[in-house]
Design a protein around this ligand. Sequence first.
Ligand code: ARG
Length: 569
Amino acid sequence: MSSLYEQVFAATAAAFGSVQEGADPVVRVSDRADYQANGAMAIAKTLGRNPRDLAEEVAGMLRGNPLFAKVEVAGPGFINLDLSASAVIAGLEAMAQSHTLGIDRAPKSKTVVIDYSSPNVAKEMHVGHLRSTVIGDSLCRLFELTGNHVVRRNHIGDWGTPFGMLIEHLLDLGEESAVSELGMGDLDGFYRQARTKFDADGHFRERSRQRVVALQGGDEETLRLWRVLVAESIRYFDTVYQALNVGLQEGDVRGESFYNDQLDAVVRDLDAKGLIVVSDGASCVFPPGFTNRDGEPLPLIVRKSDEGYGYAATDLAAIRDRIDDVGADLMLYVVGAPQEQHFAMIFAVATMAGWLTESVEAVHVSFGNVLGPDRKMFKTRSGETVKLKALLDEGIERSRAALIERGERLDIDLIASQVAMGAIKYADLSTDRQRDYIFDWDRMLAFEGNTGPYLQYAHARIRSIFRRIEDGSAPGPISLTEPQERALAMQLLALPGVIQSAIETYSPSKLCTYLFDLAQSFTAFYEACPVLKAQDQALRSSRLSLCELTASTLRVGLSALGIDAPEQM
Ligand code: ARG
């Protein structure tokens, strides 16, 4: 057993077990003691006993255990548990020795498919795609950190009727200039010009319509032009991924078009199971419990009346593919809250079809909006979609200026970009993902407060302690005398549990809160306890160990958020 919490849980469970077999001790981290076990009340009820007596009986058994320094019954039957110094020290030592800092590698590794980023071809990625990219990347890292097999899926929008007009516009411009325009990342400009012509010019509209037919019919030249559009867009998305340092690769792309030849089979399968209802010529499934504003049953349209397929059909094919082909145990869809109903219906239909069973789980990991300083949707001053690459570049410029102002000179290019990306990602990840947040450069780039740069700086400052060692001191056996040392130790030991709960709730924000608290516990410790100036060698070594564990924990935690921890800044 790696984490101290698990040892506490096991010891308490064993004591409760002797009162009632298999009883849940309900052990929690507490502000009254290190831990509190609240299981006595429920068990006393089923046994028809006095809860306080029962708690006393259990406490009596725990008192002999060397894990605990103090075991006390409080209130109607709470058991307060304080760890012994030797247990805390043993926990820290185990943490220092483990190359995962005590984080459990899942005993049964799952295959987790994470659908994130997923922008649309020939359209600028918007800030919603930024959120999806940042949250999705952190979830990938968290699941990998705990030993799961992660499969990334970039479900780009690369198919549909707009491609008729986009291809015709590409031909009008000439392939070469179209490619150079797209190469500069002006995806929205390209799209808008095509749209304008489409709305104004009947002849262009007709050409576009025929082009859609050719595309769907598999015409070779049309497909080639379509591939040019897709490739150029992916090239632009890649520049954003590289700037952000997220692990999405071209090989993770499974666009909507990837499922084209599976769509007929999806309809056939649903039909064979008696789920298809033809309504106004369209093939629909009516999952129970979904109604429109007038209270009428709401259809999921699988095939339109013109025989065409849309967003719902590709997602049904994708879910089937992820279960059958990828072997997913868990599928996450990191997509904004407006698509909640879409995914609820996809999951409901996949369940009705028997694809989604009890052994596989599908979760819509939804998130709120990014707002501008005016609390409206984040847009440029002229009301346009913010260009993501330009936004990231602006972040780098701002952080460079802030670093220069602080007098930092080291590796300025590298550190400016690490700080900027850290700031942007942390601002996003640290708010509860369901909530909206305001995109505010000054706040996110501040070196004080709950920000990415603050945590990066906290880490670098600890590392600088090690650079200042002059007398050969090194981390050594830990002793805990001051209350700030013990508080820091308890905070360090909470890491595995925090990682676990961040994963269980798909909430990197829990890890952010933890790291911020840890940095503050460290500051309190550092103010109260001299490290390099401690009187004796043994104390210096002990405190250096606490410093080292804190730095490692910050580094591992930040890396699970996708944030770099420079050694010096
Ligand atoms: N391309 C979509 C959009 O921009 C997001 C796709 C999300 N993933 C999915 N499997 N539907 O809104």
